[in-house]
Design a protein. Sequence first.
Lengths: 346, 343
Amino acid sequence: MRGARFYGERDIRIDEVDPPEPGADEVLVEVAACGICGSDLAMYLHGPPTEAGDGQPYVMGHEFGGTVVETGDAVDVAVGTEVVVNPLVACEDCWCCEQGTYNLCRNLRVIGAQRPGAYAPEVAVPATNVVPLPDGLSPALAAVAEPITVGYHALRQSPLRSGDSVAVIGLGPIGLGLIQLATDAGAGPVIGSGHRAARRELAEACGADLVIDPREVDPGERVRDAVEGGVDVAFEVAGRESSFNDAVTVTGAGGHTTLVGVFEGDIEFDPMDFVDHGRYVDGSAAYQTGPLADRDFGPVIEKIASGALDAESLVTSRIDLEDIVSDGFEALADREGGEVKVLVQP
Amino acid sequence: MDAALFYGIGDMRLGEVDEPTPGPGELLIDVAACGICGSDLHFYEEGLGREVEYPITLGHEISGTVVEGGDDTELEPGTDVVLSPHTPCGECWCCEEALYNLCRNLEATSAEPGGFAEYVVEREANAIPLPDGVDVQDAAIAQPVSVGLHAVRQSPLGLGDSAAVVGTGPIGLGAVRFAKSVGAGPIIVSEPQAARREVAGAFGADVLIDPTEEDAVERIHEETETGVDVAFEAVGHEATLRTAVEATRAGGHTTVIGVFGDEVAFSPQELVRHQKSMSGSTSHQLGPLVTDEYDVVLRQLADGELDASQYVTSRIDLDDVVTDGFEALLADDNQERKILVCP
């Protein structure tokens, strides 16, 4: 079969690869759609490639839904089940797994990074990692559940409660999902900040009460005009120095910032922003997995199926595998472009 | 009366000033002791960073005896007290939420003049009577020790948790003492100065690391297998902040107490990948809630759990505040920790 593999900076090739064979406790999923993630994009633009044991890169792609077409001997899931896949594979043996924090597994392997992923027609995954879909949610659209679930886990980890004011710094799919989730949780005002005009418009449609272009106005000042003292909670969903500092300084004294974005390398910040103001920051790592693989995914897919969350409006393009570079990665890299979530349909 | 007059960077001299007079609600206090704080040293070296009419008198870690009270005061002359250093404004939104240490309008020092003087006037609301068994000079350490206490109370540190304290000057020592009080263990300290490391052991630390001899993060991970539950950064440098954050386990917390002069380089991915957290802690409760923390410290001084003689390295006369106080602490080979000026 053909799969998209990642060789290095701006070097993705569609190769003939061996079709996957599920092990005894695994299932084979026929991929309906796989989304391109910001972290994939970062790897595409900056490297390095992921490597398998034989020196060849893995097929990438970790945000996907599909149908179970084959099962290993030791598996309960029925062939034909439509699923979204939780791509984090926990060892269930290290101290983090023993404590139930499977997303912090010391030996975590990600489907699409440390084992073959879903920019391909089929992928083998542990049976533990498939989450059956409720009626009314197609496997293709379910691929968008993954980034929304990242935001959901972060929101549940944060102290955000009904009535709290909140800022979301970074308006990619995870940020846009967070705006919807925060609104759903009763927060307000909900403030979004992002560089791309198309995403700011989408943020308003998702429920943001105020959107900011951080290149035009200082987010801290603008937020304090809207909310006395600053917001209760902020989410950093871009992974850059400027967004980190914005996400801290838009909160009030005693405020809480949750980092969701993936950061590459160091940033510069002023610790007195924390010391003098009693502020708090934590990092959120993806979502629960292992035996709890549906702990975060479950509520999200229910909310998409019921219409409480709008996943469809986050999808700006559906493309073929063969066009993954031109219409996928390169389109997303264009910061003036209007792409938000691009789904690859292999 | 005599007072140490600060004229500007590097220029402090003893001078004669009028003895202050207590107004309504205020007390005149005969200063027993006033500690020299790192922030005092910072002002001495860099100036105040805000508009002031020089000369002024520094010093906010003050204890002493009530001499007389203005109208509407209750404390009797002869009462030994320790002072809270600042008066929250009571009107900003932080004060409304009882986050008095985060008051948006905090003055530098509430006592008039500052504590490096023979007498000060202070609002009675900021004067806490000492329990029996607390030496009036020793009580001056309540303020700096409370900074460490507040940091421990703000953190998630609880019974059975492991802790690391990076930097055991006067602030870090307070964190060690109260980490021990809440039942944390092991308590692991990283501190390059031998004397400070040893006294951290006396204050309750279980493992003492010299970071100039070994890698503190590696050693802490060896001692705990996973990393500590909570780390405290009590220095204010880029490298020690990294040490503190990297010393914590996945899901662990770092409380930053140190005063930083500059921006620092930092890896947020350390927080994201391992779901770690970090917060800042400043000063201690103030205003009506200052006794939340001062009472704990005073009780520990009274029953001997907190040993002021281990915390204070020198007690000096007001006359010697510059030579034996400020200049001694700023010297390259400084071995002092907390110096009390006893006018």
